[in-house]
Design a protein around this ligand. Structure first.
Ligand SMILES: [Zn+2]
Length: 276
């Protein structure tokens, strides 16, 4: 029988694997991560699943195996968040090309200056836009990769790479209007970035809100304005029913189109009137 410490990785070793998998943008299976136990390369396999990372060392004398959830963490882990370190050569990550900036401006009215301020990067190999996910205090919790038109990447349209355990998992855009009175909650980072010009905003990174997320918002903001995309109105009503008691006011806005697709004037008028 193997000694106990050879069966699974320690917490620190798991964090190392989580970080390596993140830095290498592991979407499926890789053998590029070194085994944190026996230090062997190529014998260690890491496979990404929805709920986390499966790992196994095939070296007979080592043989660690197990699962690293990328979802589990406590609220109080936030102070441990560290900025993302990117090696542009290793990771095939660079600044967005002129074409990517042009696309962002044409589709969403987001300028190059704004994209740079948000720290958006570009995955040259998969032709994806990489957007850091920031918590309320500006620390990066991970990176979200969104396929751009013409991408040959075979994976999902959007992949979240969590660098650190963070149960809040909402994105607060850099340089958004500050304030404690009201928070405008939207689905995605592009919408949150645009709304952030007019009001404090955050992105749910989806159409559901967990109890942890709702409690976090309620601790920091009195009033909430939920604007999910036009096709998710029922989900927005469900969230409102579940959590409205936590806030002084909880309004659901039914938009004519997604906030990220609104014209600048329409967006400014809509948000301005709502948070006034
Ligand atoms: Zn090993």
């Amino acid at each position: 029988m193997l000694p106990a410490n050879k069966v699974a990785l320690s917490v620190a070793q798991k964090n190392q694997v989580r970080m390596d998998a993140y830095n290498l943008s592991v979407d499926t299976t890789t053998h590029d991560v070194a085994c944190p136990c026996c230090r062997q390369r190529k014998s260690f396999s890491v496979t990404r699943q929805d709920a986390g990372l499966l790992y196994k060392c095939f070296r007979a004398s080592c043989g660690v195996s197990g699962f690293i959830p990328t979802a589990a963490a406590s609220l109080y882990n936030e102070q441990k968040l560290v900025p993302v370190k990117i090696n542009p050569y290793k990771d095939n990550i660079s600044s967005p090309t002129a074409g990517v900036y042009a696309f962002l401006f044409k589709m969403y009215g987001i300028t190059k200056k704004e994209a740079m301020r948000q720290g958006w990067m570009y995955d040259r190999v998969c032709h994806r836009l990489l957007m850091p996910v920031n918590n309320l205090y500006g620390y990066k919790a991970g990176m979200l990769a969104k396929k751009l038109p013409g991408s040959s990447y075979g994976g999902p349209k959007v992949v979240n790479y969590w660098e650190v355990p963070d149960r809040i998992r909402m994105h607060f855009p850099i340089g958004a209007v500050k304030g404690k009175r009201v928070i405008v909650v939207v689905e995605d980072i592009l919408s949150a970035t645009r709304v952030g010009k007019y009001a404090p905003s955050c992105a749910l990174l989806g159409t559901s809100m967990s109890q942890t997320q709702a409690a976090f918002l309620a601790r920091n903001f009195k009033n909430i304005l939920l604007i999910l995309d036009a096709d998710a109105v029922d989900k927005a009503r469900d969230i409102q029913r579940k959590y409205s008691a936590l806030f002084k006011s909880f309004r659901v806005i039914v938009p004519t189109c997604d906030p990220k697709d609104m014209g600048e004037t329409q967006l400014g008028d809509t948000i301005g009137a709502l948070v006034a």
